[in-house]
Design a protein around this ligand. Sequence first.
Ligand code: CO
Length: 133
Amino acid sequence: MIRVEHIGIAVSDLKKAEALYTALLGAAPYKREEVASEEVVTSFFQVGPNKIELLESTADDGPIARAIAKRGEGIHHIAFEVADIRAEMARLKAAGFTLLNEEPKRGADNKLVCFVHPKSANGVLVELCQEIS
Ligand code: CO
């Protein structure tokens, strides 16, 4: 793992959350991007070497909508940048972690991503992400 790449925050109103985080961080988001396969629209803020990703559901029963129904708004996942996502997936699988996808998939912000089940990571949804070059 190279570094914490971003922290994902589930929000129910992206527009309001963008205004709030713009005020909090003192800088506007640098991009908004919909990821249709995940049923989310995301908004990214740069904070030094790390990012904050706000996530709003685009479907009533999407993953983010379900997370908010269960636990309310708040931190949804922690994403770690990796150099070789397939190698990291194999390493974690061999170490007994449960991966939520068997193949890397295309995520927001030009990344290949894979998620690790929170049950195998002390209740934290972990995202591995590798920049697509
Ligand atoms: Co993320």
